[in-house]
Design a binder for this molecule. Structure first.
Ligand code: BG6
Length: 470
């Protein structure tokens, strides 16, 4: 084999990824409206608290809103080539349905992007990451309402127009498949009897597909050189055994994720979903021209997060041994170890996912999230020896490199939470992903000062050698 093929290409986008609601704080500053995250004090998998009486760590985050210059300087010191972040919809359109954007909101992101550019860091923008204006939930019922497509399109067009000279890489929805698992976070959907309503979920998904296609259309018109991707929480499910039933259960499980990238990348509803909708008497409301839009405005690349793999089994005795993580749940894999939060660690799974997605779509991949959530300890001398994190990341980078050797085209790697931030599933700060430690706990106490962990210099070296040393 030609060993030269196992190399990261020049211009590979090394960096880190964050989401506005998990680190900015300043949740009511400069005209920002309330978002779904602002009423989700217990994270994305738990019911919202509209009374807002519970303590909500998202409200203050790690105060990136005021500290971004300091933080970006640290990213630059690590040599970041790219920084993935989201734009809080509610900073730009506080209730979601305004005609004109909030200039102060645009100004914040403009200043932040300028700061990134000053350090030669490429901004990678997620248009919508796990939040939407609460006004669109209360007054329109969230994404099941077609009008939300228009509001999103206005939001996306505003961003493309405003940042057209500064941002080339975009993603339309973070982990769009979250809709199946956390419909309030993914789609602003509330169900009266607490039972998920499948029709509403599929209808909201359809609206998001149309919105995503309209964003691709607008983005390409306004910024001809732009690259606009989808973003899925990737899923690889192994059959527990070689029983054909288990294999089919694994395929069925993965289709819950691939449905989304199939529509966004191939441009049409896959037959397995059409048949499912038909058999379950779910009739989607579509407007004329919707299917053409999906077909004509597919994404340029496949963005995805990868943290873990799962196992499917149809054998009843495996029902008891289930585990969950990053939206999904499945049977425990006896061959894998798990993080303290039960997320099964599987670096080879990343190579498999890369091959699977590339075989399926033949479009460049962008690994926009990966990392280990762990408890870190600050030693008396201020050092933080996060060797476990280095081990996790190194093993995944090795498999990403192997995937490149397999012929997969990968544009970049932005690990999750380069600086500690509030977790999405559990809304705590105890679970940390960063190279940079933030002195703040889950109750919001601490100096909020930043400290470099051992992994800081390690990642710096990975980037400096373009993935040769890790
Ligand atoms: C992804 C999300 O699901 O996983 C992020 O896009 C999230 O927003 C990340 O933070 C890690 O999950 P958690 O629950 O550990 O924060």
């Amino acid at each position: 084999m030609n060993t030269q093929t196992r190399k990261f290409p020049d211009g590979f986008l090394w960096g880190g990824a964050v989401a506005a609601n998990q680190l900015e704080g300043a949740y009511q500053e400069n005209g920002k409206g309330l978002s779904t995250a602002d009423v989700s004090p217990n994270g994305i998998m738990s019911p919202p608290d509209f009374s807002m009486t519970q303590f909500n760590l998202y409200h203050e985050g790690i105060d990136f809103y005021h500290k971004y210059k300091e933080d970006i300087a640290l990213f630059a010191e690590m040599g970041f080539k790219a920084f993935r972040f989201s734009i809080a919809w509610t900073r730009i359109f506080p209730n979601g349905d305004e005609q004109e954007p909030n200039e102060k909101g645009l100004q914040f992101y403009e200043d932040m992007i300028n700061e990134l550019r000053r350090h030669n860091i490429e901004p990678v923008v997620t248009i919508s990451h796990y939040e939407m204006p609460l006004g669109l939930v209360k007054n329109y019922g969230g994404w099941k309402n077609r009008q939300v497509v228009d509001f999103y399109e206005r939001f996306a067009r505003t961003l493309f127009t405003h940042f057209k000279d500064k941002v080339k890489y975009w993603m339309t929805f973070n982990e769009i498949n979250v809709l199946f698992h956390a419909p309030f976070t993914g789609g602003g959907l509330l169900f009266e009897d607490g039972q998920k309503n499948e029709k509403d979920i599929y209808q909201a998904a359809h609206h998001q597909f149309v919105a995503s296609a309209l964003a691709v259309k607008a983005g390409h018109e306004i910024i001809p050189s732009s690259q606009i991707g989808c973003m899925i929480a990737s899923m690889i499910t192994y059959p527990y055994s070689s029983r054909p039933e288990d294999m089919f259960a694994a395929i069925t499980q993965d289709r819950k994720t691939l449905f989304f990238s199939d529509v966004q990348s191939r441009g049409y509803y896959p037959t397995y979903i059409n048949n499912y909708l038909y058999e379950n008497n779910i009739k989607l409301e579509m407007q004329s021209g919707d299917l053409e839009l999906l077909q004509n405005y597919t994404v340029d690349y496949i963005g995805f997060s990868y943290y873990m793999s799962f196992v499917a089994s149809t054998a009843p005795e495996h029902e008891a041994s289930r585990t969950s993580g990053n939206l999904f749940e499945g049977v425990k894999n006896p061959y894998l170890k798990a993080s303290d939060w039960g997320w099964q660690i599987d670096p080879i799974g990343l190579r498999i996912v890369c091959n699977q997605l590339y075989d399926r779509y033949q479009k460049p991949l962008f690994i926009v999230e990966n990392g280990l959530g762990a408890v870190d300890k600050v030693e008396e001398d201020g050092s933080i020896n996060d060797d476990y994190r280095i081990k996790y990341l190194a093993a995944h980078i090795r498999e990403m490199k192997n995937a490149i050797g397999d012929g997969v085209e990968i544009m970049g790697y932005t690990s999750w939470g380069p600086i500690d931030l509030v977790s999405a599933s559990t809304a705590e700060l105890k679970k940390r992903y960063g190279y940079i430690y933030v002195d703040r706990d889950s109750q919001g106490k601490g100096s909020n000062n930043r400290l470099k962990k051992k992994s800081f210099d390690w990642y710096k070296q990975v980037i400096a050698t373009n993935g040769e040393n890790f």
